[in-house]
Design a protein around this ligand. Structure first.
Ligand code: ATP
Length: 676
């Protein structure tokens, strides 16, 4: 166990029990965390502070945890701040009486709006001491910003930001030197960073969850006059992790912990209809033989990999009142639950009212509630076959009326996570499939179970893959069928699910989902739009985006126009400090963007290049020359509307793909930037 540095003694002094948690206390903790990159130390600061909150003001535990993970509510609540850099700059300028020109110049020089706010606040004479901010007050203020709507919403958002900012201390301990201590424990800095969506503290959920469990176990032991044992600490952490993976909602979990204690969490918090869980994901493979190697001596099953949109469907029949009390309220259901969630836990119910209206027709008598994992796929009613993905994308996303629906969808169910009041994720896939067959009735063109095949021979699989391609699918999913390992693993990219895509058997292991960081002005025919783009993968450890290629192929003229419109709205003056890119001037794009869009891209193969940074921190370059991995002949496939930027392909995945490729083929030519 790493021990805390002497700084830990600096922790915020106690506030009075029952009083709201001072926001300055949270910012002091953030600032201590900001000064280290060691995960164990970060966790200790974090759990120490959470323990203090539980001991003094447990009512504020939920808002404290949410502010720590830069969220206002669970993902499915669909609450977004909806503000960009320019709005934040406006608010900083107006609060501190500095012109937009000066703020922009500062931003250009400093490159971190949080620090620009600190600088602006600390040069401003303070007429009176503002009433100190509290954690619950900040959470409420931010919530107000997110939920403001209607005419003049942008102006109202700026006013609300100004209100928070003018109550914030530039630094809890006096004047700040922005060049020292990264700006110190400034409230203004962390407020602005929260608004930007990046606290940049290495405080991801995977750190906060163990910290929260440690804080709770220690607090509960203390109350009994005992010291917590290592075994209890480990048990608490494992418990919270599992519960959170099945019920990812602090709004439900934290009140339950406070009421019943962490060790009893399982009795009160389980997977439930209405709260979407993060889906299980698959590992890519490059050859059917790789599949056979992986599942040697174990039974597996193959399913078609449908090319549509992932859909987690939640249902509780209207007359099933017992479960209704349990289920969290969803936006769509006052009585009963009928909701569809995306891969990202976004509520898609407004997009698929036609599907929701039919849920009751697909169940057999006795099926009162369920959570299904499915793919919605465009359906050609006349030809009775699957439509290409692009057709599905033409469906409207909001306020769809059933009578206006042009592209019909068929739902292909491939897994069952909950049935009649019971979570079934721990059962084997074979058992879950049997339950699926017993509880549901297929309806042609509306609802079907994924086509599957249990043959174990290479020829069987090859034949099934060919069939899937003929049926307009992307390839196969191959899954462990029996035993504990075949259980459903929420939020995990698991070796127990492998994907075999038809078109990457020969190329890179998988298509990649990359973040658009910049663009180059087009020439000739493309003069009025961007002609090429700079893309990056995501490094969750350093919370940064690492460049991986330039791309200019795979775009139709109309998509280039659409992208130009979309991206022009998020142009920023300079790269964000968390962009890891080449410093060579000829390698800079003409414009930079806020990280917002994820694109799916295919490539011929991967190579090393000094121009890009992907995987540099993973030490992918065996020569030690600090070259990053880059894509050769990248080609645009589609916009991944269902992925957020921090769900893009990770640097580690890129490095893994590169290593796998290197073990097959040796050294390729140099990286080839498209259209350059
Ligand atoms: P991609 O969809 O690009 O392959 P991903 O990261 O969204 O990547 P993966 O785990 O890599 O997700 O692939 C699984 C995806 O395939 C699921 O998210 C789901 O949308 C889709 N899919 C289609 N058919 C099936 C099936 N039979 N079983 C599981 N997933 C399926």
């Amino acid at each position: 166990q790493a021990s805390l540095t002497s700084k830990s003694k600096d922790a915020y002094p106690d506030w009075k029990p029952g009083e709201p948690v001072p926001y300055a206390a949270l910012c002091t903790t953030f600032s201590l965390i900001e000064m280290t990159s060691k995960r164990l130390i970060i966790m200790e600061y974090c759990s120490k502070f959470l323990k203090q909150v539980v001991r003094l003001t447990p009512d504020d535990l939920l808002s404290t945890v949410l502010l720590m993970i830069n969220k206002l509510a669970p993902d499915y609540a669909g609450i977004e701040l909806g503000i960009g850099e320019s709005l934040i700059m406006k608010a900083i300028g107006e609060t501190t009486g500095r012109s937009m020109q000066i703020i922009k110049a500062d931003q250009k020089q400093i490159g971190d709006l949080g620090l620009v706010a600190v600088k602006s606040r600390s040069t401003q004479p303070t007429m009176f001491k503002p009433k100190p901010l509290t954690v619950r007050g900040v959470h409420k203020g931010l919530m107000d910003i997110a939920t403001v709507s209607g005419t003049g919403a942008q102006g109202k958002k700026v006013d609300l930001i100004k209100k928070l900012l003018s109550s914030s201390d530039a630094n809890a301990k006096g004047k700040v030197d922005i060049n020292k201590d990264k700006g110190g424990p400034s409230e203004a800095k962390f407020l602005i960073r929260f608004l930007e969506g990046k606290l940049r503290l290495g405080l991801a959920e995977r750190t906060v969850i163990p910290s929260l469990s440690q804080a709770m176990v220690a607090h509960e032991a203390e109350q009994k006059g005992k010291l917590p044992g290592t075994g209890e600490m480990e048990k608490g952490e494992a418990l919270l992790k599992t519960v959170y993976s099945e019920l990812p909602s602090y709004d439900v979990i934290i009140p339950a912990i406070l009421e019943h204690g962490i060790m009893s969490l399982r009795d009160h918090c389980n997977l439930r209809p209405g709260v979407p869980l993060k889906p299980m994901l698959a590992k890519p493979t490059k050859a059917i033989t790789e599949v056979l190697d992986r599942f040697e001596n174990q039974t597996f099953t193959c399913e078609y990999k449908y090319d549509g949109e992932r859909a987690q469907i939640h249902y509780v029949a209207k007359d099933s009142s017992e479960e209704l009390n349990q289920a969290a309220p969803t936006t769509t259901a006052a009585k009963g639950v009928a909701a569809i969630f995306s891969r990202n836990s976004e509520d898609l119910s407004q997009k698929y009212p036609d599907v929701l209206a039919k849920l009751g027709d697909w169940v057999k008598d006795g099926t009162k509630s369920f959570v299904l994992d499915c793919e919605t796929v465009g359906w050609d009613v006349a030809e009775k076959k699957v439509l290409p993905f692009q057709q599905l994308m033409t469906r409207k996303k909001k306020d769809v009326k059933i009578e206006d629906v042009k592209v019909k969808v068929c739902v292909f169910a491939f897994d069952l996570l909950y049935l009649n009041g019971e979570a079934v994720v721990k059962k084997s896939l074979r058992e879950r499939r049997d339950l699926l067959r017993e509880a549901f009735v297929p309806v042609e063109g509306e609802f079907s179970l994924a086509t599957s095949m249990n043959g174990q021979e290479l020829d069987d699989i090859q034949h099934f893959l060919d069939e899937s391609v003929k049926a307009s699918c992307e390839g196969l999913m191959v899954k462990m069928l029996d035993g504990a390992e075949s259980g459903y693993e929420p939020s995990k990219r698991s070796r127990n699910w492998l994907k075999v895509k038809k078109d990457y058997l020969a190329g890179v292991g998988d298509s990649l989902d990359l973040v658009v960081l910049g663009a180059y002005h087009g020439k000739g025919k493309r003069a009025s739009v961007y002609g090429a783009f700079l893309l990056a993968c995501y490094n969750p450890t350093s919370d940064s985006y690492e460049t991986v290629c330039n791309i200019g192929t795979g775009f139709s003229e109309s998509i280039l126009e659409e992208l130009h419109k979309q991206l022009s709205e998020i142009v920023i003056d300079r790269p964000k400090p968390f962009y890891s890119h080449s410093s060579v001037s000829q390698h800079q794009p003409d414009v930079w963007f806020e990280p917002k869009y994820v694109w799916e891209v295919r490539a011929a193969d991967l190579t090393l290049s000094p121009r890009y940074k992907a995987g540099c921190k993973e030490s992918a370059d065996p020569t030690g020359e600090d070259r990053g991995i880059s894509l050769r002949f990248p080609r645009f496939i589609k916009i991944r509307e269902d992925k957020k930027c921090d769900e893009a392909t990770s640097s580690r995945q890129v490095a893994e793909m590169y290593r796998k490729q290197e073990s097959v083929t040796k050294s390729k030519g140099p990286s080839v930037d498209d259209d350059f």
